[in-house]
Ligand binder design. Structure first.
Ligand code: ADP
Length: 652
């Protein structure tokens, strides 16, 4: 074996931090390192089979794809070897020396802030750290790899502390072998006896049984005495005459092809972890068997928490696609609508070509039907969860509600179901969100609409002047604070025949017929009384507002700004701007509270001193105050402060 010069590299900063964590392991279940290595090896075999299928000229042997585990108890090493796709030298540096996951920085920040070991453990589990998990059990790791089709191999070695070395190796076998030098301090602990065959058997059975490639274990140098790990150490003398065949440790049965009764929840959960790189159990497992002309099996999972990058552009969505048990592609986005992009799982179709491409899938009618059927199945599961297990439903909605609501905008077919499974924060209950069904059931007689208010935070919405009358009359309002809420409320006409109405838009008329008539009478009176003020203010503020009118929604504040029923809200306007769309500013309506002393005082003063310039400034202040009350900023803050200061000074 000829080895060229050894080069030393530094780990990327994030990788270094992560490794530090792994070495000083705070993760209590160290066994998972082996699951991670087998998972990577299995992926590498999938990739090689696929590459060979697509490119017949690829110089690779795919006749006997497998994963071998070799343990040496005397040397305390453990090797996981696959004859899969392997990595080129550049890939080793890229894939093993850095962490590509876009959520890493955020993850590490949260990890630093995590107060105790158990919350840190939760975070690690959420993130999944793959290959690096080796450093929980090893103080040195060597990876020898050769990419299929290439002649030279690469050896990567590290103790996990800051740097790693790379050599080029001439005669490496195809695939990847990862050798762990197990930490000496774990040697005496049965719990961590990772070089013991019984331990390896146990871990593989537990975490990797469903892996579709054989996971084999070579016999120990001398036959293992006791399967309980109490046997004597091997002496290293091999029985050369009859080398025992490796033992296959896993059953290799695709879980989705087995009947429900045959598979335990734990097995499903391990498959989920393999495909999602999540270390936590999923919230829910969903099975679907489609018979008939286009046959397929699906095994889908709802995760128990949202990934960090769910809202990033380029978030990889979709489930894994298999064709007749052969892995075809990761992140098959054609199979899942975008608003269910967090769903993980496997779909195995019987009648697709092994050569199917992403582009072909997007066009394929059968795939579109599958997409719709899977979406329906997921939504039906969520609906079920809501009635049968409110607690788990609440977790689901907290984690994924903001994404699922995106479906309200485009998926007309499932709109009713989506409205049924959605829940919303409400003024009715500070802690528990409400479903629309519950809201409608609570609606008092005379209320025709479902009222809502959109904005930044629950607190800002609760204190908004727009809420005053609703609070005074005890009318429930949905408090919508996700950005997507601004959009769907405009595209969903109604739920159960009741239209959605923003409390910050249009006119409000609440109460019974009698109350409405009463209010109308009062409004007419006020209208006459304030007509002059309204005309004058509309003219004076015409640069900023399209109209000044009297309000029926205020009880304490002097003024507020509202939008016309079909106008774009300011929040939506700034969202469009942020996306680079230019649109003319929408003027809103300034509403005055006729019962407020400032408004009635201004009315009287104007009638008495029509030429008083100070009154025009007061009108401007009313407008600016309305802006401030909803969290906006006056157009000229310095002028606002000056005018305010003048007036306060006069009160002293
Ligand atoms: P993850 O598996 O979550 O992507 P890892 O740190 O475990 O993260 O691995 C990083 C990458 O290194 C993998 O995505 C894969 O491309 C490559 N890799 C790891 N192990 C192997 C292997 N046995 N064979 C080929 N490539 C591998």
């Amino acid at each position: 074996m000829s080895t060229e010069t050894t080069e030393t590299f530094e780990f990327q900063v994030e990788a270094r931090q992560l490794l530090h964590l792994m070495i000083h392991s705070i993760y209590s279940n160290k066994d998972v390192f082996l699951r991670e290595l087998i998972s990577n090896a299995s992926d590498a075999l999938d990739k090689l089979r696929l590459a060979a299928l697509r490119d017949s000229s690829l110089d690779a042997d795919i006749s006997d794809l497998h994963i071998d585990i070799e343990a040496d108890r005397a040397a305390r090493t453990l090797t996981v070897r696959d004859n899969g796709i392997g990595m080129s030298r550049d890939e080793v540096v890229q894939l093993i020396g850095t962490i590509a996951n876009s959520g890493t920085a955020q993850f590490l920040k949260e990890l630093k802030e995590a107060e105790d070991a158990s919350s840190a453990e939760g975070l690690i589990g959420q993130f999944g750290v793959g290959f690096y998990a080796s450093f929980m059990v090893a103080d040195k790791v060597t990876l020898l790899t050769r990419r299929a089709g290439e002649s030279q191999g690469t050896r990567w070695t590290s103790t996990g502390e800051g740097t790693y070395t790379i050599d080029t190796v001439d005669d490496a076998p195809q695939g990847t072998a990862v050798t762990l030098h197990l930490k000496p301090e774990d040697a005496e602990d049965r719990l961590y006896d990772y070089a013991a065959p019984w331990k390896i058997r146990e871990i593989v059975k537990r975490y990797s049984d469903f892996i579709t490639w054989p996971v084999r274990m070579a016999p120990e140098p001398r036959a293992d005495a006791g399967a309980d790990g109490t046997g004597e150490e091997g002496t290293g003398t091999e029985d050369a005459e009859a080398p025992a065949a490796p033992e296959t440790l896993n059953s290799m049965k695709a879980l989705w092809a087995r009947s429900r009764e045959e598979v335990t929840d734990e097995e499903y959960h391990e498959l989920y972890k393999h495909i999602s790189h999540d270390w936590h159990d999923p919230l829910e497992t969903i099975r679907l068997q489609a018979e008939g002309t286009f046959e397929y099996q699906a095994l889908l999972f709802l995760p128990s928490h949202a990934p960090h990058d769910l809202f990033n552009q380029g978030y990889k969505r979709g489930v894994q696609l298999y064709v007749k048990r052969v892995f075809i592609m990761e992140d098959c986005d054609a199979l899942m609508p975008s608003y269910l992009r967090f769903v993980k799982g496997v779909v195995d179709a019987q009648d697709l070509s092994l050569n199917v491409s992403r582009e072909m899938l997007q066009q394929d009618r059968q795939i579109q039907l599958m997409n719709r059927r899977l979406a329906k199945k997921v939504l039906a599961t969520v609906k079920d969860l809501r009635t049968k297990d409110p607690e788990r439903y609440a977790t689901f909605w907290r984690e994924f509600g903001a994404v699922v609501k995106e479906g309200l905008i485009g998926d007309y077919e499932n709109r009713d179901t989506l409205l049924e499974v959605s829940s919303f924060a409400t003024t009715h209950d500070e802690d528990a969100p409400t479903t629309l069904r519950q809201y409608v059931e609570r609606m008092p007689e005379g209320q025709e609409h479902i009222f809502y208010l959109t904005g930044e935070s629950r607190q800002a919405l609760e204190n908004s002047p727009h809420m005053e009358t609703f609070r005074a009359k005890g009318i429930e309002v949905l408090l919508l604070t996700d950005p997507v809420d601004e959009v769907w409320v405009d595209s969903v006409p109604a739920y159960d025949g009741k239209q959605f109405r923003s409390v910050a838009k249009g006119e409000v008329d609440l109460g019974t017929e009698e109350e409405k008539q009463e209010a109308e009478k009062e409004r007419k009176q006020h209208q006459e009384q304030f007509a002059g003020l309204l005309t004058w203010m509309t003219e004076h503020l015409k640069e900023n507002v399209k109209e000044v009118r009297l309000s029926s929604r205020l009880t304490v504040s002097p003024a507020c700004l509202v939008s016309d029923t079909h106008d774009v809200t300011p929040a939506l306007e700034s969202m469009y701007r942020a996306m680079g769309q230019s649109l003319p500013p929408t003027k809103r309506i300034l509403e005055l509270n006729p019962s407020h002393a400032l408004v009635s005082g201004l009315n009287t003063a104007r009638a008495e001193r029509p030429d008083d310039g100070g009154l025009a400034e007061t009108a401007e202040l009313l407008y600016d105050m309305a802006l401030l009350a909803e969290g906006g900023t006056p157009g000229d803050p310095a002028r606002f402060v000056k005018l305010m200061a003048d007036r306060i000074e006069r009160t002293l």
